[in-house]
Design a protein around this ligand. Structure first.
Ligand code: NVA
Length: 367
């Protein structure tokens, strides 16, 4: 067979093939350094772990199935992962943790760049084996597409040397967290390269990568060496006390237009490439909710975690009315998708998907 199955260079070209996660058997993992640093101090998740309540798993799966069917009805091929048993512990020669996380969200694990899907190192111990949920799909793409490059970044050791101990105290306080974020002092050290795929945004020849809790500078350097034909840019969003995953902070909608979280604005000295090339960075609308749903790791800013279907069409969560209104004003057709009851499983519409194929090639948007 000689067909191209895997091809996606950016976040907005017409989407033709995507992976949508599953909530089956998802767990709240036991305490571990990088995960604890991300759980907000007032969160209902502190001190809890174990399998998520079955009724929440069923509800999340119902929503994910409906989302998958909505995409299929628009002619998009949708594949689903094959869940491994997330109740199993993770034991390596270097660490042990009591359970895994789940096969949500795929965006955290898989980074698609052109004909390549790269499995990220990951930075949480409970997510060390998460790539196995996607291996049946990646093997199939490998059989179907002779040009598909299946790559895996070096598995990290994730010993205690990977984490700063001052982040492990019970009460740090938001003020100190913000100061640390400003100083680029994050929970992960520079012991070895670490990155989660959801810290990376693809803009054709340019990759924009958030340096924070889940991606360190060595992880960004690893990406730079791995993609020698790309320009790789490290960015920070100092207003975020829990900086993981870029996709509720900075959301490109089409060439020339990006939404930015107004509480986590890109600093002036990091805006050069966008300004020089006439890109507009606009504040995202306020979220419709004051708090995340129960047992959720993410912030209310999942409102801006949208999935762009093409430069004129975007999926927005159904209850996020202000975000939908803003999209409309920006000239986008809005596809409403109900997903809020699945947020607790690891995120919103962008998180719960991973690109396989978008039309188009590798453009240089920042010449
Ligand atoms: N940093 C994120 C995770 C988003 C997917 C948050 O706002 O919770």
């Amino acid at each position: 067979m000689n067909k191209t199955v895997v091809n996606s260079w950016n976040e907005w070209d017409p989407l033709r093939h995507v992976i949508v996660g599953r909530a089956d058997n998802c767990h709240i993992p036991p305490e571990e350094p990088a995960l604890d640093a991300k759980v907000p101090e007032d969160s209902d998740m502190r001190g809890q772990w174990g399998k998520r309540p079955q009724e929440t798993i069923d509800r999340a799966n119902e929503l994910l199935d409906t989302f998958a069917a909505q995409l299929q009805a628009r002619g998009i091929r949708v594949d689903r992962p094959v869940p491994i048993d997330h109740s199993q512990p993770v034991t390596t020669p270097d660490f042990h943790t009591g359970s895994q996380f789940g096969c949500m969200p795929p965006r955290d694990v898989l980074l698609t760049v052109g004909p390549e899907i790269l499995e990220a190192t990951m930075s949480y111990r409970c997510r060390w084996f998460e790539y196995l949920n996607y291996r049946p799909l990646l093997q199939r793409y490998w059989e179907e597409d002779p040009n598909f490059r299946h790559e895996a970044a070096p598995k990290p050791r994730l010993t205690d040397a990977d984490y700063h101990p001052d982040y492990l105290s019970e009460k740090i306080g938001v003020e100190k967290r913000l100061k640390w974020a400003e100083e680029k002092h994050f929970v992960t050290t520079e012991e070895e390269p670490l990155f989660d795929a959801a810290d990376v945004l693809r803009f054709g020849r340019d990759l924009v990568v958030q340096h924070g809790f889940t991606t360190n500078l060595k992880g960004i350097e690893w990406l730079r060496r791995h993609f020698p034909d790309h320009r790789v840019h490290a960015v920070n969003f100092p207003g975020d006390p829990y900086p993981i995953h870029i996709d509720a902070t900075f959301t490109p909608l089409r060439p020339g237009l990006i939404l930015n979280n107004p509480q986590r604005r890109l600093p002036k000295d990091q805006r050069g490439m966008f300004e020089k090339n006439g890109w507009e960075i606009v504040d995202a609308a306020q979220p419709a909710h004051n708090a995340p749903p129960p047992l959720c790791y993410s912030s209310v800013w999942l409102s801006m975690n949208v999935l762009v279907l093409d430069p004129k069409t975007v999926c927005v969560e159904k209850s996020e009315v202000y975000q939908a209104e803003q999209m409309d004003k920006l000239g986008m057709e809005v596809v409403e998708v109900e997903l809020r009851d699945a947020y607790a499983f690891g995120g919103g519409l962008h998180c719960c998907t991973a690109d396989v194929y978008r039309e188009g090639g590798c453009e240089d948007y920042f010449p």
